[in-house]
Design a protein around this ligand. Structure first.
Ligand code: 5GP
Length: 201
């Protein structure tokens, strides 16, 4: 666990946070590893078990809740459960990694509350709810009903933005990527400098 930092990216779905998280994972100097969440939803498109999510049944998910296996979990959409397993974070920390999360706003804030010093919590804001609708429709991986469910949730999620350490408005992807990289590097350096200072005392 020693030295492990936590980086949370939360946002309404369709705001581009997954693209940002993928870009950050490619930056070797940041030493990041992706926290693979467990979910009871069906795989979409090219998603792979154990890479994008651990796809498990609702029954198995509920058993993990009962056994206290989750650091945080949410019924993000009705009957669709998502959660971060303690075992996942411990596994990545054991590899000396900084752990990055692509999770919903409630889960993100919960992690920040549990680990206030270690965690950088970033909210990615889409330029507008209309733009979000366009992006979700373009994705063409889900029914209109599911898309509407996501849009309804987006407005509620946007209201939590101020509780995060930083807000990135994703109206220009290149700028958003640059800002994300800078914030994460700063967070990692800050903690390293602080622990170095402590060691020198
Ligand atoms: P999607 O179905 O689009 O992959 O994800 C739906 C929402 O659930 C997204 O906002 C995603 O970030 C969030 N999510 C994914 N994994 C987790 C998790 O482990 N915990 C929580 N609270 N939300 C998650």
């Amino acid at each position: 666990m020693r030295g492990g930092k936590l980086i949370v990216f939360s946002a309404p779905s369709g705001s581009g946070k997954t693209t940002i998280v993928r870009h950050l994972l490619e930056q070797e100097k940041l030493n990041l590893a992706f926290s693979v969440s467990a979910t009871s939803r069906e795989p979409r498109g090219e998603e792979k078990d154990g890479e994008d999510y651990y796809f498990i049944s609702a029954a198995k998910f509920k058993k993990h809740i009962k056994d206290g296996d989750f650091l945080e979990w949410e019924e993000v959409y009705r009957d669709n459960f998502y959660g971060t397993l303690h075992s996942e974070v411990n596994r990545l920390w054991a590899h000396g990694k900084n752990v990055i999360f692509d999770i919903d706003v409630v889960g993100g804030l919960r992690i920040k509350k549990k680990y206030p010093e270690k965690t950088l919590a970033v909210f990615v804001e889409p330029p507008s709810v209309d733009e979000l609708k366009i992006r979700l429709k373009k994705r063409k991986t889900e029914s209109d009903e599911k898309i509407n469910m996501r849009i309804a949730k987006a407005s509620i999620e946007m209201a939590t933005a101020s509780q995060f350490d930083h807000i990135i408005v994703n109206d220009n992807l290149d700028k958003a990527l640059e800002e994300a990289e800078r914030l994460v590097a700063q967070h990692i350096d800050k903690e390293e400098n602080e622990s170095k200072a402590r060691e020198e005392e």
